[in-house]
Design a protein around this ligand. Sequence first.
Ligand code: XIL
Length: 462
Amino acid sequence: MPSPLRPRLAAVLALSLGVFLAVTALAVRPASAASTLNQLAQAQGRYFGSATDNPELSDTPYTEILGSSEFGAITPGNSMKWDATEPSQGQFSFAGGDAVVNFAKAHNQIVRGHTLLWHNQLPGWLTSGNWTAAQLTSILQNHIANVAGHYKGQVYSWDVVNEPFNDDGTYRSDLWYNTLGTGYIATALKAARAADPNAKLYINDYNIDGLGAKSDAMYNLVKSLKAQGVPIDGVGFQGHLAIQYSFPTDMAGNLQRFADLGVDVAITELDVRMVLPADATKVATQAEYYTNVVKACLTVPRCVGITIWDYTDKYSWIPGVFSGQGSALPWDENLNKKPDVYGAISTALGGSGGGGGGGTTSCRVAYSANDWGTGFTAAITITNGSSAISGWTLKYSYAGNQTLSQGWSGTWSQSGKDVTVTNASWNGTLPAGASTSVGANFTYTGTNTAPTAFTLNGTACT
Ligand code: XIL
C-alpha cells in the first residue's frame, strides 16, 4: 500500500524547490530585465520581427542580434521582390530569398514573404512589355505559381499585393491596374492560395495605419473581397511613421475594424523617422510613437505581430529615400540599443524597459456621472500623456443602455455601445501633461454602469 505521506512529501519538496528557484531567479534577474522583444511579444501571443537584406547577412555582429531571441520573424527586404525572383521572363532566381529563409529556419524564426506583386522593383522586361490583359494575367499567375510555389510551406505569410492605393484612396495607376483593372488583386490572391494553401495571404500598404480615406479604401476592398469569397487572410499596416506628422488617428480602432471583417492584422514595416539631427525631445516623441503602435497592436486580439523595417539605423532604408531624415530604429548605427526607443517598445510589450530610459507616460481619464435616475451628466477630464498632441479622439463604451442626448466641449457621437468624442476647435492642442474637460447628457434605463476603459488617439489611457 503506498504511503499517504510520500506524495505530500514530494509536493512539499517540489514547493520548496520552486520557492527556492523563484527566489534565486529573482535575486539573479530582477523583474523581467532579461526578456527580449520577441519573448515579451510571445508572452502576449504575438511575434516581434525584423526585416533584413542579403548584403547584411555577412555582417556577423549584425546577424548575432538578428538571430537572437529579440526577433521571432524575418521579412526579406528585397530578395523576394519581382526584380530579384524573375529578372528575365520565366527565369527564376531564389538564391537571395533562400538565404533569408535558411537564416530564419536556423534561428527558429517565421518568415513573412514580401512581396508577390508591387508597382516598384519590377524588372525591365515586365515594365517595358506592351501586354494585353490576357498576357499580363498569365505572367502574373505564372510568377506567383513559381515564387509562392518555391516557398510553399516555408513562409508564414505572403504580402501578396503591396501598396495598391494612392493616399486619397483611389487605385494606384500602375502596370497592374492600368492593364487589368481592380481584378488583378483577386487574381493574385487566388494564384497565391493555389500555390501555397497554408500561407496567410495579406494585402499590405502604408498610410493606412489610422482612420482616413486610404484606410477606408483598403477596408472597402477587403470587405468586398471577403463578400466575393476571394482568399484574403490579413492586412499589413506598414507603419512607416514620422514624428513631424501627427500619429495616425485611432490606430487601435482602425486595426479593430479590419479584424472585425474576419482577417488578421499585422504591423509589417514599422519605423519612426525624424528630421536629423536627433535630440531628446524628438526621441521622446519617437518613443511615444513606438509605444502607441505596440499598444494599438496589443489592444486588438487579431493583431498577430509587429515587424520593424530592419532593426538598426546601420541598414535602414530611410536616409536613402527621405533625405535628411533617419534615426528611425531601436538600435543605432553601431548596433547598440537606444535606451529610450528600445525601452519604450519593451515597456509597451509588458517588459521592464530593458535598457533604462523610456519614461513616457500615457493619457489619463477621470470620469464621473451626476445621475438623476433616468439620465445623467457625464463629466470627463482628459489629461494628455508625455507628448504634445494637436487634435484628439476619445473613445469609450457603455454597457448598452445609455443613450447620448447632448454633448459639449467636443463633438460627441454614439454608435451602439461606443461613444466617440473629438476635440472642439479650441481644445484640440494639448501640450504634454495638459488637461481638458468635456461633458454630455445621457438618458438610460436599468443600471448606469460607469465605463472603465478609454483610448485617446487609439492609445489606452490609465
Ligand atoms: C524598401 C527596401 O527596404 C529598400 O532596400 C529598397 O531599396 C526599396 O524598398 N514599402 C515596402 C518595402 O513595402 O518593400 C520597401 O522596402 C519600403 C517601403
